[in-house]
Ligand binder design. Structure first.
Ligand SMILES: Cc1cc2nc3c(=O)[nH]c(=O)nc-3n(C[C@H](O)[C@H](O)[C@H](O)COP(=O)(O)O)c2cc1C
Length: 397
């Protein structure tokens, strides 16, 4: 087996393990995948500006975000249906995260229910919610998350409708995965994955089972329900309603402008997640890194800004933190880890990033992630529209 030294190696190892249609479901982005690519390219436009003899014998990666302390700034992003990558699914993520002093965010569309994950790990999970049009079902789901011990809710606003992942259209990817003349060769040539699929319980959106009375609990029906419930007319008043309902910490995910970050804070969010959903939703929108500075400038003094999208290296984490992010979410990399080695694969992914962060801090002369600041960055970290320009525009309206 090839040695796994970095997250690109992990991705390639996952590619070999998974049928092409499953790998593409995880790896792909929307339409021309411009935004997905630019999430990575944005890091390549910046460099770090090292200082000499300014570090320390031991570097500190600990952070506090949404009032909670973690040993590393890397949190596991919510991803739906992760058992497609490996049978241990979201539980593997939750356990690996807990063992490394961080947290995983259980998706509403997870393949293990939030209670099932909670029963399998001795640490509270965060829970992610979609902007659904049905308030009663939203409340039922939120209650389930609360009863399962979740203390932090992340509402994903970048999904008013689902993005067009064209790789999935071409590959014949469906929920459930269907073995037919188009997909048979691909699936059959990954017998271990197929064996896991047929010897474990059906992969479905487990949080939605029994949620709507009278609805079939088949995987196809629940996947459709998840789409049908999305409400493109979801409004900031709905966010306020959620804020009133949920007494724990509330983070708003999908922020891509200073203006929306300010509204989220005004509506009572305890943190904002700068995110374009890893380029899986709107295409041709900016890289997350390119809007991070303007969001930090707008609300960083009032709230925690979390970064999401394209993190593949410790240097990426360090750059995002130098630009003001309090923590980083990683999505695809933990699913690659799950595909390659279950819980230990996810832990390996976290260990690789953690070692890279530590080494980078030492090499650029920073004693801790808390000490990172914009003076350690060179290059054009220019926000797409600077908050100054936005302020001027708002004032002129
Ligand atoms: C397979 C897959 C499923 C995802 N499902 C969800 C989801 O259910 N809810 C959500 O808020 N984000 C979801 N995301 C987006 C991630 O939370 C995150 O924003 C994105 O993966 C970050 O980019 P990265 O993969 O480059 O780290 C998903 C991402 C992937 C790759």
């Amino acid at each position: 087996m090839t040695r796994i030294i970095n997250l690109d190696d992990l991705r390639l190892a996952a590619k070999r393990k998974l049928p092409r249609l499953v790998f593409d479901f995880i790896d792909g982005g929307a339409e021309d995948e411009r935004t997905m690519r630019s999430n990575r390219e944005a890091f390549g436009k910046l460099t770090l500006a090292p200082r000499l003899l300014a570090g320390g014998a031991k570097r500190d990666q600990s952070i506090t975000v949404a009032g909670q302390s973690f040993r590393t700034p890397v949190l596991l992003a919510p991803t739906g249906l992760s058992r497609l990558a490996g049978r241990q699914g979201e539980l593997a993520a939750a356990r690996a995260a807990a063992s490394r002093g961080t947290v995983s965010i259980v998706s509403s569309a997870s393949s293990m229910s939030v209670d099932e994950v909670a029963r399998g790990v001795d640490a509270p999970q965060w829970f992610q919610l979609y902007p659904w049009g049905d308030w009663d079902l939203t409340k039922t789901l939120v209650d389930r998350a609360r009863n399962a011990g979740s203390d932090t809710l992340v509402v994903t606003l970048e999904v008013p409708v689902t993005g067009a992942r064209e790789r999935d259209y071409r590959s014949g990817m469906t929920i459930p995965v269907r073995i037919n003349p188009n997909t048979a060769l691909d699936v059959m040539s990954h017998p271990r994955w197929l064996l896991d699929l047929v010897t474990s319980k059906p992969i479905t959106m487990a949080n939605l089972v029994g949620l709507r009375v009278g609805r079939s609990n088949s995987a196809a029906s629940l996947a459709q329900l998840n789409m049908d419930l999305l409400n493109p007319a979801y409004s900031w008043d709905d966010v306020s309603r959620l804020r009133e309902e949920w007494k724990g910490k509330l983070l708003v995910k999908g922020i891509m402008s200073a203006a929306d970050a300010r509204i989220a804070v005004d509506r009572g969010a305890d943190g904002v997640v700068v995110s374009n959903h890893g380029g899986r939703q709107a295409d041709a929108i900016p890289a997350s890194l390119d809007v991070l500075p303007e969001v930090v400038a707008a609300v960083g003094h009032q709230t925690d800004v979390v970064f999401d999208g394209g993190i593949r290296r410790g240097t990426d984490v360090v750059m995002a933190m130098a630009l003001g992010a309090k923590a980083e979410l990683v999505g695809r990399p933990w699913m690659y880890g799950l595909a390659v080695g279950g819980e230990s694969g996810v832990a390996k992914m976290l260990d690789i990033l953690s070692e890279e962060i530590d080494r980078t801090l030492a090499l650029i002369g920073a004693p801790s992630v808390a000490a990172l600041n914009p003076s350690l960055i060179r290059g054009t970290a220019v926000p797409v529209s600077s908050s100054g320009i936005l302020d001027a525009l708002e004032a002129s309206l």
